[in-house]
Structure formats: C-alpha cells, structure tokens
Design a protein around this ligand. Structure first.
Ligand code: CA
Ligand code: CA
Ligand code: CA
Length: 234
C-alpha cells in the first residue's frame, strides 16, 4: 500500500513537471522575429511613443531625442516599415512623451517633458502626420515623465508631470484648446522666494502657508511675499 502511494506521488510530480515544461517549449517554438531593423532618430533617443498621427490606421512613432532638444516623428507604412524621421524642436533634454488630444479635434497631439528646461512642450497635430510648433508650459524642476488624464473630470485632457528634481508632481489642467493652466507646482516654487522688506531672506515657507502669511502681513508682519525678486531690487 505504501509503495503504491509513493508510486502515485511520483507520477503526479512527474506530470506536474511535464505540464510546466510543455507550454514553455511550445511557446519558444511558436515565437520568432524577423531580422532587426534600425531606424534613424536624433541624438540620444530617450523615449518612444506610438500613435496614429496621420489617421491612416497604421501606427506611427515619436521619439524624444534628449541630446538634440527635438522629437522625431516616423510615419508607419502598411508593410511595417517607416518613413524617414521628421524632427520638431522642443525644450532642452526631452525625457518623456505622452500622446493625447489636447484641443479636442480628434487629432493626436504630443506632450513632451523637457528635463533641463523645466517645461512641457505641447505640439498640436495637423492630421496629416505633421505638427504645429511647440508651445511650452512651466513644470516643477527636472520633469522626467509626463502622462495624460482628465484629473478634474471636465472632459478635457490634462497633463501630470513627475518632477524628478523637486520630488513633486505637477498637474497642468487643460483649457480644451491646446493650452494649459499654470501648474500647482510652479505656484509652490514661486512661494519659496520670500524676502523681508529690508532685503534679508525670510525663512522658507510652503505655499500652503501663503494665506496665513498674507493675513499676518495685513496685521503689520515684517515679512511679505515678493516672488522672484532679488534683495537689491526691493
Ligand atoms: Ca499612421
Ligand atoms: Ca488634437
Ligand atoms: Ca480635465
């Protein structure tokens, strides 16, 4: 009886091992790739995104060239090849791209996080695979990644940016016409620059304390928020 139980356990273990190996073997045999094909982009390509920028049903590519301050758009052909890249200027060190429709015309647009420019560049699509010149909107320090979403549920796409150098996330709410409202992070950064009326820097204060500080200023506080001015200019 004992030997039969051992034999059954051995068979069950063997069956489990065979079952775990068989799908992998079948999978390995079923998947293969054609020879690699390299496409020319710009200097130091950092990020790639896909979309259908000329609305022909064929996926296209857009590449962030961090060393060239450009994005390269490569329109796809139906046979899997791509047309030569067309470059568009953006801010310094583009690190990330998100595809959305920021002006609600049904045509894909681009948002590019520019790490060394502290901006996002927005390029509105023209439906034929070309894009309008970039418009820039401030973010926090060193934007490293950008995503698209409707964060306030008004039906207009917004941008969410991860600011690597600031440890913050910037929310840029869309206006529906391809422009964006100033980010909350930019406001918080400006609030950091406080100076006394005598020219001495005030203790660092958070943006959340602004309302309280303004209230104190009205009651003869020696500190006043004077964003982005040097002591000599006061
Ligand atoms: Ca296409
Ligand atoms: Ca659009
Ligand atoms: Ca929105």
């Amino acid at each position: 009886m004992k030997s039969r139980a051992v034999r059954l356990s051995f068979l069950a273990a063997a069956a489990l091992v065979a079952a775990s190996l068989l799908p992998q073997a079948v999978f390995a045999q079923a998947v293969s790739f054609l020879a690699r094909r390299d496409l020319q982009a710009g200097t130091s390509p950092q990020f790639v995104a896909a979309g259908d920028f000329n609305r022909d049903g064929v996926p296209d590519l857009v590449v962030a060239n961090s060393g060239a301050a450009t994005v390269s758009v490569l329109l796809g052909r139906a046979d899997g090849s791509f047309q030569p890249a067309r470059d568009y200027a953006v801010g310094a060190s583009p690190y990330s791209i998100a595809v959305g429709d920021f002006n609600g015309d049904g045509i894909a647009d681009l948002a590019v996080a520019n790490y060394d420019a502290n901006t996002v560049s927005v390029l509105l699509g023209n439906a034929d695979g070309t894009f309008q010149a970039a418009q820039s909107f401030p973010t926090g320090t060193n934007p490293h990644s950008v995503a698209v979403g409707d964060v306030n549920r008004d039906g207009v796409q917004d941008l969410v940016v991860a600011d690597w150098g600031a440890g913050t996330v910037s929310i840029l709410r869309g206006n529906g016409n391809g422009t964006f409202q100033p980010s909350a992070t930019s406001t918080a950064t400006a609030c950091r620059t406080w100076w006394s009326r005598t020219g001495a820097p005030a203790p660092c204060r958070s943006c959340a304390a602004t309302a309280t500080a303004r209230s104190r200023r009205r009651s003869a506080s020696p500190w006043a928020p004077i964003p982005m001015r040097s002591p000599s200019a006061i």
